[in-house]
Design a protein around this ligand. Structure first.
Ligand code: NAG
Ligand code: NAG
Length: 387
C-alpha cells in the first residue's frame, strides 16, 4: 500500500514537471499545487471529486444493501439439499405413487396436524385450510397479542373466527400473552411463541407417528402432497417441503426455492416446532409460498412493522402507501433488500423486478373456485384496496 501511494504521487510529480516545466522558487508551493491538479488526469479527478463522494453518500443511505450484497463473502452458502423427486397425477393410484417414491402403502392413512402461529393473514389462512381440509385431523392455531417485534396487536383470528366455521369441530385454538420486551431480538419472542405451540399440539392430542406440518400460514402445502405423505409408509421422519415462492400474489413467481416448511412424523418429547433447517431432505414441488400476499395496503404496513427482520424498515418513507402500491405492481422489492441465503450469482440474477407470470395453472383449488373474492391474488390485478 505505502509503496503504491508513494510511486503514484511520484508519478504525478513527474507529469507535473513535464507539463509545467520549471518553477521559480518564490511561488513554488502555489504553482506546485496547481501543477498537481493539472497533472491529474481527468479520470483521477472524476474519481476523487465525483465517485468517492457519491460512494460515501450511497453507502450511508444504502449501507444495508451493501452489507447484504457482500454477505456471501463471509457466509458460506448452506449445504445443498438432497432433492426428493415428487410424482403426482390425479389419475395415478396411491399405491403406484408411493411406489414411484420408493415407499410402500399403508393400510390406513396417518393422522395429520396442521399447526400455525397466526398474525393477521385471514385470506391466506382460509385458502390454506380449504386446501388442506380433507386430510387434516386437527387444525392448531396460536395467536399472541404481541407481534414478534413487541408491538401490541388484536387477536385477529378471534375477531374473524366466524369465517372459519368449516373447521370449527377440528380446531384447537390458543392465545398467548406477549412479553413486550423492548429492544429484544424479535427472534426471541418468535421462539417463545413456538414453544407455546408445542404445548398446544399436545393439548390437541398429537401422538407418535402422526404427521405434523410446521410452516407459516403463507406456506401452503398442496393437498395431494399431504395425501401422499399420510398414505406412504417409509417416508423420512423429517422432510422439508420445496414450495414455489410468490411475492405479493400468484402473478409474481420469484423462484422455486422456498424450503422452510417441513413435515414431521411426530415423536413425543423429541419433535419441537421450529422454522429452520431440520434435515437435508427436500420434497420437490410440494406447494406454494405467497409472501406479502395481502388485500389491503394497510396490511403491508402492518407486516413491515411486525416483521422479524425489523431492522430493514429503516426509513419511514418505506411505509408510504403510494410507494408500496407502485412497488407491488412492478414486482419490485419493498425493502430494497437482497434476500438472505443466496450466492453472488443468484443475487445478480435476482436484481431488479420479478417478471409477471400469467399462469394460474396448479394454484390452490379454493382460490380458483372463488376467484371473485380473491382477485388480487391472481394475475393482472395488482391494485390493492387502500382503506
Ligand atoms: C382417469 O381414469 C379414468 C378411468 O381409467 C378415465 O375414464 C379418465 O378419462 C381418466 N382421466 C384423465 C384426466 O386422464
Ligand atoms: C396481552 O395478553 C396478556 C395475557 O392475556 C395480558 O396480561 C396483557 O395485558 C395483554 N397485553 C396487551 C397489550 O394487550
Amino acid at each position: 500500500m505505502m509503496a503504491d501511494g508513494y510511486s503514484s504521487s511520484k508519478k504525478t510529480d513527474d507529469i507535473c514537471e513535464d507539463v509545467c516545466g520549471q518553477t521559480t522558487s518564490g511561488v513554488m508551493s502555489m504553482s506546485r499545487l496547481r501543477c498537481m491538479l493539472q497533472g491529474m488526469d481527468l479520470k483521477t479527478f472524476i474519481l476523487l471529486f465525483v465517485i468517492v463522494p457519491i460512494g460515501i453518500v450511497g453507502i450511508y443511505f444504502h449501507g444495508q444493501k451493501v452489507t447484504y450484497f457482500l454477505r456471501p463473502l463471509w457466509q458460506s452458502p448452506p449445504k445443498p439439499f438432497i432433492n426428493i423427486p415428487h410424482y403426482y397425477h390425479p389419475n395415478v393410484s396411491m399405491e403406484n405413487l408411493c411406489k414411484l417414491h420408493g415407499w410402500g402403502i399403508r393400510e390406513y392413512p396417518r393422522r395429520v396436524f396442521d399447526a400455525v402461529l397466526f398474525n393477521n393473514e385471514v385470506d391466506m389462512l382460509t385458502i390454506r385450510w380449504k386446501e388442506l381440509y380433507p386430510y387434516i385431523t386437527q387444525f392448531v392455531l396460536l395467536e399472541s397479542n404481541s407481534t414478534f417485534t413487541s408491538l401490541p396487536k388484536p387477536h385477529f383470528f378471534a375477531i374473524n373466527r366466524d369465517q372459519f366455521d368449516f373447521i370449527e369441530s377440528r380446531l384447537t385454538y390458543g392465545t398467548i400473552g406477549g412479553r413486550f420486551r423492548k429492544g429484544e431480538n424479535p427472534f426471541v419472542e418468535e421462539a417463545y411463541q413456538r414453544v407455546a405451540l408445542d404445548h398446544l399440539l399436545r393439548i390437541a392430542g398429537i401422538q407418535d407417528d402422526d404427521l405434523l406440518i410446521m410452516s407459516d400460514v403463507d406456506e401452503i402445502p398442496s393437498r395431494h402432497t399431504i395425501d401422499l405423505l399420510r398414505w406412504c409408509d417409509d417416508i423420512p421422519p423429517v422432510l422439508h417441503l420445496q414450495l414455489k415462492n410468490y411475492l405479493y400474489s400468484f402473478e409474481f413467481l420469484w423462484d422455486h426455492r422456498s424450503w422452510r416448511a417441513s413435515i414431521h412424523r411426530y415423536q413425543m418429547g423429541k419433535t419441537r416446532y421450529a422454522h429452520f433447517r431440520r434435515t437435508d431432505y427436500l420434497l420437490s414441488d410440494a406447494g406454494w409460498h405467497c409472501s406479502f400476499c395481502f388485500r389491503q395496503i394497510s396490511e403491508f404496513v402492518f407486516k413491515m412493522k411486525a416483521y422479524s427482520h425489523y431492522d430493514r424498515v429503516r426509513f419511514s418513507h418505506y411505509l408510504n402507501p403510494k410507494r408500496i402500491q407502485d412497488i407491488i405492481c412492478k414486482g419490485a422489492d419493498l425493502y430494497d433488500m437482497i434476500p438472505e441465503e443466496y450466492t453472488f450469482r443468484e443475487i445478480i440474477g435476482k436484481m431488479g423486478s420479478i417478471p409477471h407470470s400469467y399462469s394460474a395453472v396448479h394454484l390452490p383449488e379454493y382460490l380458483l373456485n372463488n376467484a371473485d373474492k380473491y382477485k388480487y391474488l391472481l394475475p393482472g390485478n395488482c391494485r390493492r384496496e387502500s382503506d
